[in-house]
Design a protein around this ligand. Sequence first.
Ligand SMILES: [Zn+2]
Ligand SMILES: [Zn+2]
Length: 359
Amino acid sequence: MYNCIMESKQKYIYKGAVHIHTKLSDGTGDVYSVAKAAKKAGLDWIIITDHNYYDQEEGIINGVYVIKGQEISPKSCNHYIAIGLNEVIPLNDNPEVYVNEVRKKGGFGFSAHPDEGYICDNRGNIYPRKNSNHCIPWTDKNIKPDGVEIWNWFSNWADNLDDSNIFKLAYAYLFKHNIVTSPSKLTLNWWDSLNRESDKIVPAIGGVDAHALKFYRYIIPVTVFPYLTCFKTITNHIGLNEPLSKDFQTAKAQIFNALKSGQNIIMNRNTYKDLPEIYASDGENKYFCGEKIKLNKNCKLKIKAKNDMNVCLIYNGIGIEKVLSDNFEIPITQSGKYRLEISYRNKGFLYTNPFNFEE
Ligand SMILES: [Zn+2]
Ligand SMILES: [Zn+2]
């Protein structure tokens, strides 16, 4: 039988970076230099998340939608990226208090670097990272956030950093991209379990945790991981039905809605620069991840990439199909949440939010 895919729902894809610190907390750049770096890195939007601070400037700056959020940051654990608020949320020893407070105020939050400091190998063994003196995990996984930052560029680098001698330390700085490998399996498992327990999609974001820290060597400032470097790595690709509005407030709502519903593909552009074409189809329309799709006999997931990639399909949290391919199509016959993980040359590359097929 001939299936005509009409592809009537064109998607507009916009690239953005989340989890950025400026000089208003422990970063070193001001909002203008950060926006300039974002533009240079090809980003359309960014969300600035200074620690326990909210009064940054926002708007369209250097052609980039610069949005303010905050990272609710107690000293040693339970950091929470919050968006959609007009005030700073007070700290509390119990994260449940500020998770609820963010919801009550009409905002939305993502648990930040929830497994920082713990490494989970391919066999599922868990061990603390070598330089474990400064890690900030989410301590009680029974406290459920609205969403999860499944990949944090700086935490991934720090978790894999071996600073036991000067040569290993130098390697980690010079070849930083080699040790940013993939999201923690612990985090992905937690995220999957949150999605299994919820009818709605519990969305994921990827964060850069950019600070552009400055150190002084012989009075010469050396910037470690400049904003531009970070902005060319873990990127959120949101899929919209309409182009981003020229009105800042409307565009901000569009971006928030996409992040809250999971219409977002997380990808490390340093691993591979092009976003593969990834969508679900019901035989008539194309759907982005995060969208509800009514199950019928023509439903399928499709991926088109320019190179062979390792594609893993995860159904309700369980890996069900693995292929090495540049062109992949799988029929969907059962309702539930499906997501895709793609690795390229043995490195984590791309993570979709779930596609939600419903009866
Ligand atoms: Zn943090
Ligand atoms: Zn941070």
